[in-house]
Write a protein that binds this ligand. Sequence first.
Ligand code: ATP
Ligand code: MG
Ligand code: MG
Length: 546
Amino acid sequence: DGTIWAIHNSKEKLDKHLAKTGGKVYTRFPPEPNGYLHIGHAKAMFIDFGLAKERNGSCYLRFDDTNPEAEKKEYIDHIQEIVSWMGWEPFKVTYTSDYFQDLYDLALKLIRRGLAYVDHQTPDEIKEYRENKMNSPWRNRSISESLKMFEEMRLGMIDEGKATLRLKQDMQSDNKNMYDLIAYRIKFTSHPHAGDKWCIYPSYDYAHCIVDSLENVSHSLCTLEFEIRRASYYWLLEALDLYHPYVWEYSRLNISNNVLSKRKLNRLATENLVDGWDDPRLLTLAGLRRRGVSSDAINDFIRGIGITRSDNSMIQLNRLEYHIREDLNKAASRTMVVLHPLKIVITNLAGGAILDLDAKMWPDAQNDDTSSFYKIPFTNTVYIENSDFRTKDSKDYYGLAPGKSVLLRYAFPIKCTEVIYGDDGKSIMEIRAEYDPSKTTKPKGVLHWVAQPSPGVDPLKVEVRLFEKLFLSEDPTELDDKWLSDINPHSKEVIKEAYAVPALANAVLGDKFQFERLGYFAVDKDSAPGKLVFNRTVTLRDSYSK
Ligand code: ATP
Ligand code: MG
Ligand code: MG
């Protein structure tokens, strides 16, 4: 990229940069701390931290904190934590607000050079004038007057909205991002990082390029919507004789049936439409983590879609799920849970008998490797899924039915001998069955199951939460302000009392399992001693392959 730098930089400026960096690659990941990071940010991090890593360079984590109303310490802390969870190590953590003094000094320099002016147009006037390529009436005021007014802005002597500092760019340009962008505005708001020191705050357009340059960023990478701001980025650095980083844009990640904008995520989280920023249905990184997705699976997914410059790509959710399954297939040990238990009494096993059986934690477990097995009791009262029983058998049906046999996985074949109905004559109270201790029957159907650990004692009860897509439409943002009415009313199902094998009682936060035949599940943070809660991360069915 020596050539690209040479296009935009004088030899002198580039040499100055190289003297400081030795030609080393510097990038930055610049989130605004106005919310939790989402999977789109995983792509940005993959590019920013990834490029630096690949080139033996360094990547800053820079909080782009120029809008104090929207920003919070909670977000700053969370972002630092989740960046590290994603596996990235910032070279330094910096804040745009750490440069407020430099940015202010440079603003004075611009005014003195006749390249910025204090303006008093309202937002509507600015819009109208820009549409008509007309100069603000304040554009040609004297330098000394602008200096004086800017000082009054800084001292809090001018009301919010009554003055801005504008760059004197090119009102005749074909690029509307050259129409005298706003550099500073007045906000009587204290700042989550800079405190109460300032009542004028720089804009993104003003601050971003300058801080990139002050931090000697070599490659400033951002999403495509910033492409039209590139001209202004270079204009401003040129106006201040500052070194130009190389700017390159990539496409924003979008995923079907969900939203990825902090503004929208904020509404979902704060209006209690979901259970907070880390709701497992959200594609925030915290939500994905809570759901049971690892950072490896997220990074594999990002690597898989590639770094493109094609227009805003809508990626199907099942593509992400593919990578989650690949990862969990290796990481999640097998266990058994019955979501909707149906009681089966085994009539040819004595009431007090407890057979201690071995169940596989891993499909390829070797018999001599005891650490790959867990113990399950088999007694005369076992539970299978309600949905695994039918009163009418059919040819393509492999579950349990009157007269039919199924294999209870890791245990014995059982044959249904009787159905006990409740008083209404319809609802099934229990099934009676006989087991085949010699295992000579070879039924086609294999079921997961859970037994009473001892006579009259219920199996371990756990709460299980199942999730579906959060939005009904593939792209809810197309509905504009009606996007909230597109929320899937069935996106979350809570099963308060599922039955689990006794070994699951030892599960702790962070543990991941495959519940046989049901999917992959992770322990949720709502778990309490004696009351485990599991989130289904993803089902077992795989509808996407590379
Ligand atoms: P949001 O609308 O979610 O707030 P943003 O662009 O304002 O998005 P920032 O926190 O300012 O979010 O972004 C930090 C970095 O992450 C920027 O470089 C931005 O371009 C990038 N980024 C944000 N969203 C996405 C996305 N969906 N796909 C790829 N990169 C993204
Ligand atoms: Mg931003
Ligand atoms: Mg934003």
